[in-house]
Design a protein around this ligand. Structure first.
Ligand SMILES: [Zn+2]
Length: 471
């Protein structure tokens, strides 16, 4: 039946009102980022494309690659090399005999250091004779450090390095901001806030140069660090910034899947890693590391929640997620309530999702990790653990709130990568997300610095921040 006159438009599909394929995100949000590091990595020496450990001899070294006298780089991944074992100091020594070198692994959980660097670290007070809780100093048959540090040992060494110059810091933030804006993001959650960073960003805000809204967390490296961190949060909360918010405290309780240090309930497939001497609190070479004791996790919740601060816990392995959730349940049972953010949750068991239900939990996931990790996950995880991967649909069905992000600079911030990863992962049997992905890439506070992003088939067309176009 043909329609005539005005009735035709009534029967047209609603989509015709909009331009074809254009989608809009309100307050486009990357829910897990390292803001400063994103700029630092972009400006720094990149090791992502190394074809082997020996290929460090072909690197083009520039003046901005130095941190004081140290040569620093980021992004190597032994899983991409012909020989998939960790490299050692000798390979670096051949190319850099007299310069201290500190190269961070692509997941930010391991470092590769030359002999000169090891000597410098000793001078700076790093004690290689002792093992570090929650970390690994890889050693050869004679007990000598091989030049590989994992997790807390890596972090402890990194914190000993001399600082970048103030000029370098400012450059890194500006570069980072531009990366997020170009990728379509106006709102980010920064997992690595500290007072120095805040001050630089505050200055940018005052000069109207800050084109992102930043929700942030301050990391406590250990329980000894906690009261200090709570004091910093209190101070930043009274600062009166409009674009910067501080949500609470962050801790790391396990490692990463790529380093086989994420704390999992079933052993990793054996044979791919070198032997380590390590004394984590729990776990083993086979099951990864649990860096914080349950009692210590509970102490953080008990200290932060009554002050109204959120707690964010880095937990990648299913056993780490369960440990975090159990701790939160026990503290809540004592009548102490608060918000808990679970970062990454790459593996979750269905039982643990049920335990999450009565708590105020938000999960922060990075679909893009699927794209880079899928090459090794099948071999490295048991079939049961593989079935626990990327459970966004299970979380959705159980009404546990979650958001998507990039973990930049671990991955690039990208809406298109999320779309691609969600599609690609279903082909490997990961249950498809039965909802609009955009919901998980928008900041929950839609009224905080009104911004929006226009995209077409995943590509960013325009970004509006306070009504002004940025691109
Ligand atoms: Zn992170």
């Amino acid at each position: 039946m043909k329609e005539t006159g005005n009735t035709v438009s009534f029967f047209l599909p609603r989509t015709h009102v909009h331009s074809v394929g254009m989608e809009k995100l309100i307050n486009a949000f990357d829910s897990h980022t390292h803001f400063w590091a994103t700029g630092q990595v972009a400006e720094g020496l990149k090791l992502h494309d190394l074809k082997s450990a020996e290929a460090v001899s072909e690197l083009k070294i520039l003046p901005q690659h130095y941190r004081s006298q140290w040569l620093v780089g980021f992004g190597w991944n032994q899983n991409e090399w012909p020989q998939k074992t960790f490299p050692d100091k000798k390979i670096l020594d051949k190319v850099f005999p007299d310069t201290p070198v500190f190269f961070s692994r692509v997941d930010g959980h391991a470092s590769w250091i030359n002999s000169c660097g090891l000597r410098e670290l000793s001078k700076l007070g790093f004690d290689f004779s002792k093992n570090i809780n929650g970390g690994v100093i890889a050693r050869d048959e004679r007990g000598e450090p091989t030049g590989i540090l994992l997790d807390q040992a890596h972090i402890a060494a990194l914190m000993k390095l001399p600082d970048f110059s103030n000029q370098q810091h400012q450059l890194f933030f500006k570069t980072s901001q531009s990366i997020f804006n170009k990728a379509g993001f106006t709102h980010i959650r920064d997992m690595s806030m500290h007072e120095g960073a805040w001050n630089i960003l505050r200055q940018m805000e005052d000069q109207k140069q800050l084109t992102v809204a930043v929700e942030s967390l301050v990391t406590a490296e250990s329980l000894d660090d906690l009261s200090n961190v709570l004091t910093v949060i209190k101070k930043l909360r009274t600062d009166g910034s409009k674009q910067l918010r501080v949500a609470g405290v962050k801790i790391f309780i396990d490692g990463s899947l790529g380093s086989q240090t994420a704390f999992v309930s079933e052993p990793y497939a054996l044979g791919s890693q070198t032997a380590f001497v390590s004394e984590p609190y729990a776990g083993s070479q086979e099951n990864g590391l649990l860096i914080w004791k349950p009692e210590e996790i509970k102490a953080v919740l008990r200290a932060a929640w009554p002050l109204g601060y959120q707690v964010a816990i880095h937990c990648i392995g299913d056993a780490a997620v369960t440990t975090a959730v159990q701790a939160a349940r026990e503290v809540s049972a004592d009548g102490i309530l608060g918000r808990l953010n679970l970062e990454h949750v790459q593996l979750i068991s269905p039982e643990t999702v049920q335990l999450m239900k009565p708590l105020h939990i938000t999960c922060h996931m990075q679909p893009c990790h699927w794209l880079s990790d899928k090459s090794f996950l099948k071999e490295s995880l048991s079939p049961k653990l593989f079935s626990y991967l990327f459970q966004w649909e299970l979380l959705r069905k159980n009404k546990i709130p979650f958001f998507f992000g990039s973990d930049s600079p671990i991955e690039r911030p990208s809406l298109a990568d999320t779309i691609k990863a969600l599609a690609d992962s279903t082909e490997a049997g990961i249950p498809a997300l039965k909802a609009d992905w955009k919901v998980y890439h928008q900041h929950p506070d839609a009224g905080w610095i009104a911004s929006h992003t226009e995209i077409e088939s995943g590509a960013v067309k325009q970004v509006y921040f306070r009504g002004e176009p940025l691109l």
